[in-house]
Design a binder for this molecule. Sequence first.
Ligand SMILES: Cc1cc2nc3c(=O)[nH]c(=O)nc-3n(C[C@H](O)[C@H](O)[C@H](O)COP(=O)(O)OP(=O)(O)OC[C@H]3O[C@@H](n4cnc5c(N)ncnc54)[C@H](O)[C@@H]3O)c2cc1C
Length: 145
Amino acid sequence: MFITFDASPPGDDVPGVLLGFIGARYAREWDDLPPAERRARALSSFADLFGPRALDATGYIDQRWGAEPWVAGGPTAAPGPGVVAPYASALTEPVGRILWAGTETASRWTGFLDGAVRAGERAALEARRLVDASASDTETTGDAA
Ligand SMILES: Cc1cc2nc3c(=O)[nH]c(=O)nc-3n(C[C@H](O)[C@H](O)[C@H](O)COP(=O)(O)OP(=O)(O)OC[C@H]3O[C@@H](n4cnc5c(N)ncnc54)[C@H](O)[C@@H]3O)c2cc1C
């Protein structure tokens, strides 16, 4: 597992749920394993990290995101050092009246839902400013076009 999450639902009387991603070369390696073998390896990884009770999981869901035709991988792109920084501003630069709001345009948590929300809020504020500026231009010039 290259990253794990406590995905337990809120409350006391609920099962504990662990979520883990298998990434990069491990994903390619594990992808071709029989599901039972992948399950055994995943639970063994959780046991190493969180203790032997993980081996007695009451449920197990295995999702191969790379095999999903409309997703083709996940959870996020991981460009190498120096790939994004020089060009990041180009991603957020408006093109005419088109504003960009995807998670890739976020200043923090790029590639995650948190970044998607931040980028959406930033783009909404930009849109608001453009609409306000356009309205005040119209008032000044009297041009309704
Ligand atoms: C397998 C996987 C697991 C993930 N796990 C996590 C996680 O645990 N935690 C986390 O924070 N993030 C996770 N992510 C990342 C997270 O899902 C994304 O960062 C987030 O959804 C990006 O939001 P977005 O609004 O930028 O883009 P998207 O959610 O991709 O939304 C873009 C939308 O635009 C639509 N669209 C595309 N082209 C057009 C077009 N031409 N016209 C109209 N609509 C169009 C698409 O259909 C889509 O609905 C995961 C992603 C994957 C793939």
